[in-house]
Design a protein around this ligand. Structure first.
Ligand code: C5P
Length: 481
């Protein structure tokens, strides 16, 4: 966040200071003692009596709270900037994994949303990123050891734990989760995690084999039962060459949105969003079906992102091999007909996102018994058209969602075909993506999309599917606001 100091008046700075003092339970007298300022000076500033206190005086009170001027400015400016984390202190624990580099970006994302970010790094984390870099981005000191208490700031693990409104562990390594699950406190990170009563969010990151190991599965279950929240991991490529699977840390934007959701301040709070995802399977007989290669990843990521933004989400999912996203009502279906019924039953909604790859045709007469192989060649397969779920909902007179969004997966003439689709299907936006095999989108981890609406075409860069989801949800929230 770039912050112009002149835009923030003394009143906002003083109220940010007052909020901080209240949060940590520090009295004006204690603030006076710690800052070296006179009692009446502090009292007058906090009560608003002193009309225009100087920034250096305010900085002294901030220092008494263990925060720098940059954080005070961020906390003061954030409310006007609509930051969902304004006035919140987020303690970020960076674990020792290759994904730690993404945590540096996470610091920026949290501060953009108005949070005051304090950083604890495990010893292993300092092998991947430096405390200097984390400190420069967070605008404050980075805490690394249990026994290196800095007397001047007097910040021990109990105080770090008490002053956090939320604790985020990113990356949460297998080792860190194992130590948390066992209640150990053999370093500053685990000591803070045991001492805090603030909500704790973990963003796991590890090799897929480590994530699926029974020991990790057991630890995750224990931590969930302890009320710990999770975001991710996502599926995708690992740092190790050739390794793919579940284990990539969630993207910084996804984690920041999950932190906002903890405080219920999401941009879609109070909204209902319907999402379709995955393929459909259209039976030919009891054992055979017509289907396609959709993995459901993009649709599921959109449902998860909408839930993190505070929406009530109904996800109508075709047969997929990926888990249900947390915090979402999932209706599992097989066929296009069932998908249409489930979507209609879920109406009304504020927005509907049709990300499913619905089969265009189904067998005209699915057989009750398995079709036998016979001499004389294969049987004729008569097809009939499936209902178009998107168009059916978009053209509804009653209960049409305010925002109807379709996808166009094309292998050629992407933009021309997607623009045609916008009109033909009555959608408000079409998310167009190139699914030619060269693009590697189908079943892949990344997506390059274009948003087509009546007002033109927006080209987005190549992004992880989770990030496409976050951006789309932010755009939906802005359109509904
Ligand atoms: O016509 P096409 O399948 O390319 O259109 C894609 C868009 O229409 C997607 O948003 C998809 O979910 C939706 N669709 C649908 N019902 C169908 C076919 C497509 O909702 N039967």
């Amino acid at each position: 966040m770039t912050m112009d100091k002149s835009n923030i008046d003394a009143v906002s700075l003083v109220s940010a200071l007052r909020r901080r003092l209240e949060t940590v339970g520090m009295s004006a007298a204690q603030a006076s003692l710690r800052s070296g300022l006179g009692r009446s000076v502090v009292a007058d500033i906090l009560s608003g009596k002193s009309a225009n206190p100087g920034i250096s005086t305010l900085a002294k009170i901030a220092a008494a709270l263990g925060i720098g001027v940059a954080d005070l400015l961020a906390a003061a400016g954030a409310p006007e900037m609509g930051g969902g984390l304004a006035g919140r202190t987020v303690l970020l624990v960076i674990g020792g994994g290759i994904a730690a580099y993404k945590s540096l970006d996470l610091i920026r994302r949290l501060r953009e949303r108005g949070a005051l970010v304090r950083v604890v790094m495990t010893k292993a984390a300092t092998e991947f990123v430096t405390p200097l870099a984390a400190g420069a981005l967070s605008g404050g000191r980075v805490f690394t050891g249990l026994f290196d208490r800095d007397d001047e700031h007097d910040v021990g693990h109990i105080r770090l734990a008490r002053e956090a409104d939320a604790v985020v562990v990113a990356p949460a390594t297998a080792d860190l989760m194992a130590r948390m699950a066992a209640g150990r406190t053999d370093d500053l990170a685990t000591a803070v995690l045991l001492a805090t009563r603030a909500p704790v969010l973990l963003a796991p990151a590890m090799n897929p084999k480590m994530w699926s190991h029974p020991a990790t599965v057991r630890n995750v279950a224990t931590l969930r039962a302890d009320g710990i929240r999770f975001v991710g991991p996502n599926a995708g490529e690992m740092a190790e060459r050739g390794e793919v699977g579940l284990g990539r840390m969630a993207e910084p934007l996804e984690i920041a949105a999950a932190v906002e959701a903890i405080f219920g301040g999401g941009a879609l709070a109070g909204r209902h969003v319907i999402v379709t995802s995955g393929p459909t399977h259209e039976p030919i007989d009891p054992v055979r079906y017509l289907g396609n290669r959709s993995s459901g990843r993009q649709g599921h990521a959109i449902a998860a992102a909408a839930a993190r933004a505070g929406a009530r989400v109904t996800l109508v999912a075709g047969p997929v091999a990926i888990p249900d996203p947390p915090g979402v009502t999932v209706v599992h279906v097989e066929t296009a007909g069932e998908m249409l019924d489930a979507v209609t039953a879920a109406l009304p909604a504020d927005a509907a996102v049709f990300a499913a790859a619905v089969a265009d045709w189904r067998a005209a007469r699915p057989q009750v018994e398995k079709i036998k192989k016979k001499a004389g060649g294969p049987p004729a397969l008569a097809l009939t058209e499936n209902p178009d779920i998107l168009a059916t909902v978009a053209y509804r007179k009653k209960d049409r969602p305010r925002l109807v969004i379709g996808f166009a997966a094309e292998t050629q003439d992407l933009l021309a075909n997607a623009t045609k689709k916008l009109k033909a299907k009555g959608a408000d936006w079409i998310v167009a993506n190139d699914v030619s095999p060269e693009a590697g989108v189908m079943g892949g981890e990344q997506n390059t999309v274009h948003i087509i609406s009546a007002s033109g075409i927006e080209d987005w860069p190549r992004l992880a599917k989770g990030e496409v989801a976050e951006r789309l949800v932010a755009k939906i929230a802005a359109a509904l606001a």
